[in-house]
Design a protein around this ligand. Structure first.
Ligand code: COA
Length: 159
């Protein structure tokens, strides 16, 4: 069984993430979508448990996805779950240097895991969670950037 990981902070999950997850889920038997703790990111919009709930609801149409959380190294999570494919989205050249470094560090730490890059749909290549967070902070419209479940949570004040 081929298990992949798609990890991130997902604060919040966006349509760009969902595009990558839909495409990655076709490449593996099981895709673990894992909310990771990123120590560089302060002032979250949604708490971890809320993010997990929003991700689960946004991915209800995909059968072979499991939503999970982990705090620690990605490679340790991968080893624990026998995952051998690390999926990353590439939105453009700005992502590339950072992603290459991460892929090389991860491969040095865990030889059984390969990082596979999926080029993002140009429709979503400018979206990031921090753009969404900033728009929310200043009451901007995020309808074109996030799934319905996130919009509902925002309008219900669940953050
Ligand atoms: N569509 C929309 N947005 C996307 C996207 C896509 N296809 N791909 C990435 N993004 C956004 C993310 O939401 C994130 O937004 P933000 O920074 O505005 O909040 C941003 O682009 C950067 O994405 P990413 O690099 O995936 O950051 P992240 O915080 O979401 O996830 C981890 C990074 C958690 C996967 C990474 O830090 C990690 O593996 N941590 C564990 C520790 C570890 O093992 N480190 C490696 C060894 S040093």
């Amino acid at each position: 069984m081929k298990t992949g990981i798609y990890a991130g902070s997902f604060d919040p999950i966006t349509l760009g993430h969902i595009d990558i997850i839909e495409r990655a889920s076709k490449m593996v038997d099981l895709l673990l979508v894992c909310v990771m703790f990123n120590p560089n990111k302060k002032s979250p919009l949604f708490k971890i448990e809320q993010r997990l709930d929003l991700i689960e609801k946004s991915l209800i149409h995909i059968d072979n996805v499991k939503v999970d959380k982990h705090s620690g190294l990605l490679v340790d999570y991968a080893k624990k779950n026998n995952a051998t494919i690390n999926i990353r989205g590439l939105r453009g050249t700005v992502d590339f240097d950072y992603e290459m470094q991460m892929a090389q560090v991860n491969r040095t730490l865990y030889k059984n895991m390969e990082t596979i890059f999926i080029i993002s749909n140009p429709k979503y290549s400018f979206i990031s969670s921090s753009v969404v967070r900033e728009l929310v902070m200043f009451n901007g419209k995020v309808d074109d950037f996030v799934p319905k479940t996130v919009l509902e949570a925002l309008s219900n004040g669940f953050h």
